[in-house]
Design a protein around this ligand. Structure first.
Ligand code: CA
Ligand code: CA
Ligand code: CA
Ligand code: CA
Length: 449
C-alpha cells in the first residue's frame, strides 16, 4: 500500500515536470512563429512591410493639405527621402526574388492592415497562384529631368504620315512634359508645371484643321494644361485659350472623344475622391477652351483614368479599392459597376494607370497598373471586362524592368518595324541608371490583336 502511494506521488511529480517543460517549448515556438507562418515571410520582411504600411498611412494623412504649397514642398522632400531608402532597398533586393514573392509580400502586407483583411488574405492567395507572365522592353526613354518620383504618365501620338516617327509624351510631375521619339530620345521638354497625368486625342477640329490635342493635369496651379501636336516638328505647342482651373483639387486626368456626339472631353480626378468632367471646344480663334459639365464622387483617392471612346465608358481607379466603370457622357449619371477590386481580385494597391487597347468590332483590352506588386492586369474591353491575364515587365538585355508603375498607355496602331502591332508604354519607378523614365514594350509580346 505504502509502495503504491510512493509510486503515485513520483508519477505525479514526473507529470507536473512534463507539463512545465511542454509549456516552455510552446512559448519558444510561438516566439519563432513568424518564421513558419503561412505567408512564408521572414519576420524581417514583415517588419519592412509594416513600415511600408506606416509610410502609406503617413502619405494619406498628408493628402489633406493639397492647397498649401509649403506643405506640398515639405511633402515632396519627405517623399524624396522615402524614395531614396526604397531605391536602395530595391537595388539590394536579390534577383531571385520572384514575381510571386513580391506579390505575396504586397498582398499580405496590404491586407493585414485593412479591415477586410481576412477575406482579402484568403482570396489573395488564389489570385497569386495565377501565372504571372514576364515581357521585356525593347526601348527605354531618356530619364526625365527631375529626380525622385517624377516621371508619371505617358501618352502616345501615332504619326499618320510616318508611323515610325510617332512620339511618346511623358509627364514629369515635378516639372513639366517631355516628348520622346520611338528610340527613346528626348525631342522636347516643356517646364510648364507639375504635370501629373497626360493624355492625347487626335481628330479634334481646331481652327478648321484636324488636330491632335494633348492635356495634362497641372498640380502647380490646379489647371488643365492644353497643347496641340505640330505634325511637322512632332513637338507640342501651347493651345489653351486661357488658364482653365478645376473646381476640384486636381490629381490625375484623362480624355474622352465621344463617338456618339463628336465632342471632346477631359476628366480630372482628385485625392478627395472626386471627378470633374470638362467639355473642350474651339474658342473661335483656334485655341482650346473648356467648361465644366459634370462632377461626381467616386469615394477615396482617385488618380488614373481612361475613357473608351467607342463604347462611351469611363474607367477610374480608386487607388486603394479597385476599378470602377461609369458612363462617359456628361448626362450618364453615377451608375457604375466594379470591374475588379483590391483584395479578392487581381489588383494590389495602389491601382494606378489605365489604358485601352482598341481591337476590331468593339473588342480589345483594358490594361491596368497594379502598382503594389509591380505588375499589369489585362481585362477584356467588351462586356463585363472579363479578366484575361497579368504580367510584369522584367529585366531584358540591356534594359531594366519596370517597377512601381504609375501611368501607362497603349496603342494597337502599327508604329513601324519596331512596333508593328502597337506599343505598351509604362512609367518605371526605379530606373537602373539615372532618373525615372518610360519603358516601351512591343504589344505583340503581350497580347494578340
Ligand atoms: Ca510613383
Ligand atoms: Ca497615385
Ligand atoms: Ca526599373
Ligand atoms: Ca534603364
Amino acid at each position: 500500500m505504502n509502495l503504491g502511494l510512493k509510486y503515485l506521488k513520483s508519477s505525479l511529480l514526473v507529470l507536473i515536470l512534463g507539463i512545465f517543460a511542454f509549456a516552455l517549448t510552446l512559448e519558444n515556438a510561438s516566439a519563432n512563429f513568424d518564421f513558419f507562418d503561412l505567408s512564408g515571410e521572414s519576420s524581417d520582411k514583415k517588419d519592412k512591410s509594416k513600415k511600408k504600411d506606416k509610410d502609406k498611412d503617413d502619405d494619406d494623412d498628408d493628402d489633406d493639405d493639397d492647397d498649401d504649397l509649403d506643405k506640398e514642398q515639405k511633402k515632396r522632400e519627405k517623399e524624396e527621402k522615402k524614395r531614396a531608402e526604397k531605391a536602395a532597398k530595391a537595388k539590394s533586393k536579390s534577383s531571385s526574388d520572384s514575381a510571386e514573392s513580391v506579390a505575396m509580400k504586397s498582398e499580405s502586407s496590404k491586407s493585414s492592415s485593412k479591415s477586410e483583411s481576412k477575406k482579402a488574405a484568403t482570396a489573395g492567395s488564389a489570385a497569386i497562384s495565377e501565372a504571372m507572365e514576364t515581357v521585356h522592353a525593347t526601348v527605354e526613354t531618356d530619364p526625365v529631368p527631375s529626380g525622385g518620383d517624377a516621371a508619371d504618365d505617358p501618352a502616345i501620338w501615332a504619326n499618320p504620315a510616318d508611323p515610325s516617327k510617332s512620339t511618346i509624351i511623358g509627364s514629369d510631375k515635378q516639372g513639366g512634359l517631355a516628348v520622346y521619339d520611338l528610340g527613346g530620345k528626348q525631342l522636347q521638354y516643356l517646364p510648364d508645371g507639375l504635370m501629373d497625368n497626360v493624355d492625347l486625342r487626335d481628330g479634334f477640329t481646331l481652327g478648321g484643321q484636324k488636330t491632335a490635342i494633348v492635356t495634362a493635369s497641372n498640380r502647380k496651379d490646379n489647371s488643365i494644361a492644353i497643347y496641340k501636336v505640330n505634325p511637322q516638328t512632332r513637338l507640342l505647342e501651347a493651345a489653351a485659350a486661357r488658364t482653365v482651373k478645376h473646381g476640384i483639387t486636381i490629381y490625375g486626368s484623362c480624355m474622352y472623344s465621344s463617338a456618339r456626339s463628336g465632342k471632346l472631353y477631359y476628366f480630372g480626378t482628385s485625392k478627395s475622391g472626386d471627378v470633374e468632367q470638362f467639355e473642350l471646344f474651339d474658342n473661335g480663334s483656334g485655341k482650346v477652351d473648356a467648361k465644366s459639365v459634370r462632377r461626381f464622387k467616386v469615394g477615396s483617392v482617385v488618380e488614373g483614368c481612361v475613357a473608351d471612346d467607342e463604347l462611351g465608358q469611363f474607367y477610374v481607379a480608386e487607388e486603394a479599392v479597385g476599378i470602377w466603370k461609369y458612363g462617359a457622357e456628361p448626362e450618364a449619371g453615377t451608375t457604375r459597376t466594379q470591374v475588379d477590386k483590391v483584395g479578392g481580385g487581381h489588383l494590389v494597391a495602389d491601382v494606378e494607370g489605365l489604358a485601352i487597347a482598341y481591337g476590331a468590332d468593339g473588342k480589345g483590352y483594358l490594361m491596368v497598373s497594379s502598382q503594389g506588386n509591380y505588375s499589369y492586369v489585362v481585362y477584356r474591353r467588351e462586356g463585363n471586362n472579363e479578366f484575361v491575364k497579368k504580367f510584369r515587365v522584367g529585366n531584358g538585355s540591356g534594359i531594366d524592368g519596370a517597377e512601381e508603375t504609375d501611368g501607362i498607355d497603349v496603342t494597337t496602331a502599327n508604329l513601324g518595324s519596331a512596333f508593328p502591332s502597337g506599343v505598351f508604354v509604362v512609367q518605371d519607378g526605379f530606373n537602373d541608371k539615372g532618373n525615372q523614365n518610360f519603358k516601351l514594350v512591343p504589344l505583340q509580346t503581350i497580347i494578340k490583336n
